[in-house]
Structures are given as C-alpha cells and as structure tokens.
Design a protein around this ligand. Sequence first.
Ligand SMILES: C[S@@+](CC[C@H](N)C(=O)[O-])C[C@H]1O[C@@H](n2cnc3c(N)ncnc32)[C@H](O)[C@@H]1O
Ligand code: SF4
Length: 416
Amino acid sequence: MAGPLPIADPAPADGLLPNQARLGAESRTFHGYVHIPFCRVRCGYCDFNTYTATELEGANQSDYAEILIQEIAFSAEVMAKSNVPARKLSSVFFGGGTPTQLPAADLTRILAALSETFGILPGAEITTEANPDTVDLEYLQQLATGGFNRISFGMQSAVDSVLKTLERTHNPANVSKAVAAAKQAGLEVSVDLIYGAPGESLDEWRESLETALALEPDHISAYALIVEDGTKLARQIKSGQLAEPDEDLQADKYELAESMLEKAGFGWYEVSNWAKLDSVASTNSHQSAHNLSYWNSQDWWGYGPGAHSHVGGVRWWNVKHPSAYGQKITDGISSAAGRETLDDRVRLEERILLEIRIATGVSIELAKQVHQDAAKLIAGFIADGLIDAASAIQGQIKLTLKGRLLADSLVRQLLG
Ligand SMILES: C[S@@+](CC[C@H](N)C(=O)[O-])C[C@H]1O[C@@H](n2cnc3c(N)ncnc32)[C@H](O)[C@@H]1O
Ligand code: SF4
C-alpha cells in the first residue's frame, strides 16, 4: 500500500480478468482485504494510503461503507463473467488507515455484504486493525456480534518519548484498556510494535516488549521502522533534527525481541511476526491466516482506494484517492488504476521473495529454477549460519536467526 502506485498496463473499465486468473483457482484459497483510508491525524512516519478530514476533497466517511459494498457486488460480477470459479472467503482483513474510525455498524455491514456475496468458510479469521484510542467495550462487542473474531492494535511503543517521536496520539494507558475490552468481547488480540524510532534505546525497546507481553496478546508483530520518502519523519532526519536509525542497534533490537518473545512462549512464523504457541502441542494456531495467504500467493480481492488485488498471477491496484475511487464505483466501472499479468518467471521470483521470510521456508527446487548456481549459494548460506543445515538436507531453505536479519540480502543473491 505504501509509496506511489506501480507503472503497468491500464486496467479495462469492465474489470474483466484474463484467462490466467482462473487457471488452477480450485487449488487456491480466496480472501478479502478491505481498506479504510481514514485517520484522525497522520503519524509522522506513515505513508499508508490514508487521509485526514481536511484531505478528503469531497469524499465522505459516511458514504464509504455503501461505496465499498458496491465494489463487492462489482467484484462478484467480474469474477463470474471472467469464469473464475466461485469460492467462499477463507479470511477477511480490514486494514487502513484506521478502520475503527468508522462506526462498528459500517464495518459489520461491509462484512455482511462479503458474506452474502461470497460466503465465508466456517472458522474463517476475520480481523480488523484498530487504533487503541478509537474503541471501547460496546464498539468491540458490536464487532464480535457482527462476525469479527480478531483485532490488531497499533501499539507501536510503550514509551512516551518514543510515541512522541513517532507522533502517535494515543495514550499508552489506553492500550491495556483496549486489549482487556477486546478479550472481554471474545476477540483474538494482536499488537503491532515498531522498533528503531530515532533516539529509542535498547532499554526502551525492552520496556515496550515487556509491556506488550504483559497484555498477554495472542500475536505480536514487531516492525523495524522504515523511513519512507516524503514523510515528515524523512524530512526531520534529512534536516538533522532527528537521527537516522542505526543498523547495528536495529539488529540488537530484533535479537532482543526474538529472545524475549520466545521465552514468553511465542514462536516466529514470519520475519516480523510471532504467535503464541498453544501449550498442549506447541502448535501455532494464533498465526495470522490472512497474512499467510499473501505470503503463500493465494487469491485476494482488495476493496477500497489504493487496495491491491491478486488472482492467479493477475495483479491490480485501485486508484488512490477516496474521491476518485468513489467516482469510478458510482459510475459502475472498475476502480483499478493499473494491472499486470505476471509471467512464470516473475511468479517464481515472488514466491521466493515471500516464502523465504516465513518459518516453513522456500523449497530449494524453486531456488534452482531461478538461479543456476543456487546449490553453491545455498552451501555458502549454510556455511555462514544463515539457513538451517538439517532443513536444507530435506530440501527447504529455512532462515536461522542470523539469516532473518539478512533476509533481504539472501533474496537479492538468490534472484541475482
Ligand atoms: C495501518 S497501520 C495499523 C492501524 C492503525 N492505523 C494504527 O496505526 O494504530 C499498520 C501498521 O503498520 C506499521 N507501520 C506503518 N508505517 C510504518 C513504517 N514506516 N515503518 C514500520 N512500520 C510501519 C505500524 O506498526 C502499524 O501498526
Ligand atoms: S494511525 Fe496508522 S494508518 Fe493512520 S497515520 Fe498512523 S500509522 Fe498510519
């Protein structure tokens, strides 16, 4: 969602998908992403496709659910006319922006439209992101009654000075209230943390991890702060007002997260994601099924401005501004700004890029298909302690802790 949209072919106004989209669809699962592009204020580090009230240029939060519901109807029509086999949804994720800026009734209405249109598989994971300041028990109970079973809170840090640098407006005390209320409403809880804000010490990061663990969530995401071009944070760093994140300190913070989360009974399953292990069988049932569907190249339709979709190697993305998006939907035409049909080589490369970052790893066979010296590279990775030797013998590339810190470099070498 971040940054400018890719440059590619124009998408047809009727949205119809090429043949490739339906090939093999029976063996892939289908998922829904719903983008809610509203925030009360913009945090200095964030370049997500989101708008404050003054940036909406005529778009209206109160009409938004209705417009999204029209895109849901449009998507079902496009899939049917393109002969993509109908499948029930395996997961739904509401992201933003701040989905909980909208009334709970709007979110549950959108979810009901997805359910009526496609059906939702029993036990499917239904998540919304939330800013801790925007919810209370009544709101969360409404979500749970309407079919949501998981919530992901943007906690980011427990330290006042770090939250200030990040320009987060929430009161840290609200996080524990919001998490307690979510549990009372029967929702699975995840919290997002960010490490590496300018000036954040290792001890401050430890404090954030301890505070997050004390909340006893089911899942924790810990993201290294990315300094995105065009953000206020990038300008503050460029002008020398704030220090650039230090790479060695970032690595220490990642290692600290791994050791504290592991001790607390969490297992990593993607480079930035840890799920609480069930005590009985050490299974990892709290992993995000929705995010795993992205990393395993399944099919999803992304609803809303700037949202990306992927069906069978056909990828498209909607126009970014809610006002331009709303106009296209109202006109009954596709809201896609561009689209690309990936060839076999690019699909393979994408699989390597995504699957190497998950704990189950990527198969050596795939790596060999994209790099003629893959075997030699892999032998080097084992010698350097970057991938697990026993798994490599079984045919899988699985990152060690050291490898997780250098995941991007390994990918560059494998695709080089
Ligand atoms: C859409 S936001 C989450 C929901 C809500 N808007 C909030 O911030 O509380 C998704 C997550 O992306 C992460 N994020 C956003 N910008 C980031 C950046 N520049 N670097 C690292 N993580 C970032 C944050 O952890 C954030 O919680
Ligand atoms: S609240 Fe979330 S989406 Fe909104 S600006 Fe902040 S990080 Fe970005």
